[in-house]
Structures are given as structure tokens and as C-alpha cells.
Design a protein around this ligand. Structure first.
Ligand code: AKG
Ligand code: FE2
Length: 170
């Protein structure tokens, strides 16, 4: 990754996307802020396919800055990233993508090495959270209000699409 990057990289931040059984599709998104792109390496911890929620990517969307409404209008080609255990995906944070439903009974882990702000500021990036595996919420917090919001977006996906489309105009 150091060889690929146009700026100096520290060690990456260490994470893992745990796509839980019977999850729902995320909204299409870029990671972090579009104005602050960073490199991402995803590693398949298990064989990953459409059944257990292989990520969907929107082809070519890292090449220019897309607003959500432009994604809806231009409809870039969508691809599922099917991976064998150990396969590596190298992408920028600004490639539009989303987690997809895991229709199996097993969680689908996918490692995420990310270089926001040039990478981890720790000597050992695995020291994060005192070196313990720590489960964190993702796009929605876990307080009651956030859970209701999440459930509403799950029940009526068009609500989320409309909300994000309107927000992306401003
Ligand atoms: O788990 C995935 O397939 C992708 C998750 C993702 O894009 C995210 O949480 O930002
Ligand atoms: Fe993401």
C-alpha cells in the first residue's frame, strides 16, 4: 500500500465489517468524507458471495465526486465483490459501495485496513481498544431514537433513498 500511495502512510487502522445474519442492505455511500479520501484494504476472512452479503460497488464512482442524487440519476454499473477467503480488495474510500443482506445464519466478517488521516497514530495499530476485540455500532447508534430510525429505513427503504437524495442537494 505504501508503494501505491502518493503520500506517506503509517500502519493502517484495523477494523472488521461484521455483516450479521439476516441483515439488510445499507444505503450506498462513500466512507468518511468525500473531500478527505483515503485508501482501504478489505480482506475476505471467509468465502464471500451474494448469499452471505458480498459488498456491492458502483463502478467508476471513485473517479469524480458524485452526489447521491447523481448516483440515482446516472445509475453507474453495480457489481458484487465475490471473494475467496484471503482475497484482497484495494479501493479508495470514495468508491461508492454498500453492505448487502446476509441471507445465511453465519456472520460474514471482512477485515478493513484503512488509512484515514494517513493511518494509525499508534505504534502498534492492534493496540486499539486495549488490544481487545470490541464490537461497535456502524452507521446507526444504538439509542432508542437511532434504532427507530434504522428500523424505519429498513421497513421503507425508499424513505432512506429519498432522505439521502434530498440531503445531497444541499
Ligand atoms: O460489510 C460490507 O460489505 C461493507 C460495509 C461498509 O461499507 C461500511 O460499513 O461502511
Ligand atoms: Fe462503507
Amino acid at each position: 500500500m505504501r508503494g501505491l500511495s502518493c503520500s506517506a502512510l503509517r500502519a493502517p487502522n484495523i477494523g472488521c465489517n461484521l455483516n450479521l445474519p439476516h441483515s439488510h442492505a445499507q444505503n450506498e455511500h462513500v466512507d468518511g468524507y468525500a473531500s478527505l479520501p483515503f485508501l482501504v484494504v478489505n480482506v475476505a476472512a471467509v468465502d464471500t458471495n451474494v448469499d452471505n452479503g458480498a459488498m456491492e460497488i458502483l463502478r467508476g464512482t471513485h473517479r469524480s465526486e458524485y452526489k447521491y442524487w447523481q448516483i440515482l440519476l446516472e445509475r453507474p454499473q453495480r457489481l458484487r465483490v465475490n471473494l475467496r477467503q484471503g482475497d484482497v480488495v484495494i479501493r479508495t474510500s470514495t468508491l461508492w459501495h454498500r453492505g448487502m443482506p446476509n441471507r445465511t445464519d453465519k456472520p460474514r466478517p471482512m477485515l478493513a485496513f484503512t488509512w484515514e488521516d494517513g493511518g494509525s497514530s499508534r505504534e502498534d495499530p492492534y493496540d486499539v481498544h486495549d488490544g481487545r476485540i470490541t464490537f461497535l455500532p456502524n452507521r446507526f447508534a444504538t439509542d432508542l431514537k437511532s434504532r427507530i430510525r434504522e428500523q424505519a429505513f429498513v421497513a421503507v427503504p425508499s424513505l432512506g433513498t429519498a432522505y439521502h437524495a434530498v440531503r445531497s442537494f444541499f
